[in-house]
Design a protein around this ligand. Structure first.
Ligand code: EPZ
Length: 424
């Protein structure tokens, strides 16, 4: 397993190109299962989760090629087995995204129950309840979901008890080929859902209400792949992570291809802390100008357009360095403070009470060995290590590589003293 050695405090300078969005790429790649014809993608980020997705599709019979440097993927979805096996889904919970497309296209899907992960139990009951309402027969045996549709699925009204991003994405993929009209109430508003919906509409799906809490889908008989390659938009969470890095190291940085319109809550939170943003032109160039002294903040994670839970760990590090008392409330996942114990090893002053972290700052962070536990927590440990005085070793950084394209290389280019070592 690899580890990162980071010597801080870092002073960074330069420009960063934000890569393609992981959480948009994954549903778009799984949606290839809705087709017989070949699909072409571009700006696909070079991530372990993309590798896992392509290998999972290949295990079903699909053929693919991936030009990693150019970010181009070609998939010929020749499905032989409608099975998403545990071997792959255990590596990436997003394997649940095979469920909707397989059921819609083939009337059958066997998908391993995604295990929980460090941040929570991650159940999929909302996904299963929704496809049952559309007429699927669903059983869960030996750790597998087995969904079948003896006759065409019938559109109906589906109410999600809680907002679920991949639940909405799975249901979109089923409803576009179901008979009649489906209404999704309490649908996720996340940009990743909108981008999947727009892709399906480009293929002939009839969808209204994307980006609102009520989405209406009129089923069609067949979808036709788009003529042009499917372009994966920039990653709003990676962009937010760079803002956290600039803020923690007090380094003005220039972000290129930033998905500005998807980041209002992040810009608002960091502006309240005193960070200044200069957004120039339509190409998403954002100049981030952090203040010398950060103001404290009370913030809570919410479904989009609220402050993203995937930015919670990163902003927490910034608040450790702010002058005063801050609070961070995590409302989406039940166990998403695993990074706090690691940050306290660097000298952070954080108290957890229920789902609220209270932070006293500014803390003088000093380098120490740490261990990554999940994807976004590993990013926050990098942010902290860059701000800390001295040397930090972060082990188990495969978590980082799942969701960030070569973060250490990008940081080195900006002047960070960071190296990747293999760790027994
Ligand atoms: C997506 O996960 C993202 N993953 C997550 O990003 C992100 O944190 C999350 O949405 C919230 O924004 C992908 O898009 C691949 P949910 P998802 O269903 O869809 C509960 C990252 O770091 N729930 O919106 O799995 C659930 O437990 C990852 O890139 C049920 O109870 O999240 C959670 O408390 C981490 N039953 C809440 O709803 C269900 O059937 C929101 O989960 C489904 C969800």
């Amino acid at each position: 397993m690899d580890a990162l050695i980071i010597r801080g405090p870092a002073k960074l300078e330069g420009k960063i190109e934000v890569s393609g969005s992981k959480n948009t790429a994954l549903p778009l790649l799984f949606a290839s299962l809705l087709f017989d014809e070949e699909l072409h993608y571009e700006n696909v980020p070079r991530l372990w989760d993309v590798e896992t997705t392509l290998k999972l599709l290949e295990s079903m019979g699909a053929e693919y090629s991936w030009h990693k440097e150019e970010g181009r993927v070609r998939i010929l979805p020749k499905v032989r087995e409608r099975l998403a096996s545990y071997d792959w889904v255990k590596k990436m919970r997003a394997g649940i995204l095979a469920l909707g497309p397989l059921l819609a296209k083939y009337g059958e899907a066997r998908v391993s129950l995604p295990g929980g992960c460090a941040i929570g139990a991650r159940p999929v009951n909302f996904h299963l309840d929704a496809i049952k309402k559309l007429g699927a027969t669903v059983s869960v045996e030996n750790g597998y979901i087995h969904a079948t549709a003896a006759k065409p699925l019938q559109g109906t009204r589906i109410v999600f008890p809680e907002v679920t991003v991949t639940g909405t994405e799975n249901l979109l993929c089923v409803a576009v080929l179901a008979q009649g009209k489906t209404q999704i109430i309490n649908a996720a508003l996340e940009p990743e859902v909108i981008q999947l919906g727009r892709f399906l509409m480009d293929c002939g799906a009839r969808i209204q209400g994307l980006g609102t809490a009520t989405i209406e889908i009129e089923g069609v008989a067949k979808l036709t792949p788009p003529k042009l390659p499917i372009r994966v938009p920039a990653d709003r969470i990676e962009a937010g992570t760079w803002i956290a890095i600039a803020t923690a190291t007090r380094s003005p940085l220039e972000l290129l291809s930033c998905p500005v319109t998807d980041m209002d809550s992040v810009f608002a939170a960091y502006s309240e802390m005193g960070v200044r943003f200069e957004i120039s032109g339509q190409d998403g160039t954002v100049y981030v100008v952090p203040p010398e002294k950060l103001k404290p903040l009370d913030i809570e994670t919410q479904p989009y357009p609220g402050f993203p839970t995937d930015m919670q760990a990163q902003v927490l590090v910034n608040l450790c360095l702010a002058s005063g008392t801050s609070t961070v409330k995590e409302t989406i996942f039940e166990n998403r403070f695993m990074h706090v114990a690691e940050l306290k090893r660097l000298g952070a002053n954080i108290r957890i009470h229920g789902n609220v972290a209270t932070v006293e700052g500014p803390a003088l962070l000093r380098g120490a060995p740490m261990m990554a536990t999940d994807l976004r927590a590993s990013a926050c440990l990098v942010v902290a290590a860059l701000a800390a005085v001295g040397e930090t070793k972060i082990s188990r950084i495969y978590h980082l590589d799942r969701g960030y394209q070569r973060l250490d290389e990008k940081l080195r280019k900006l002047g960070a003293d960071i190296e990747r070592i293999s760790d027994a």
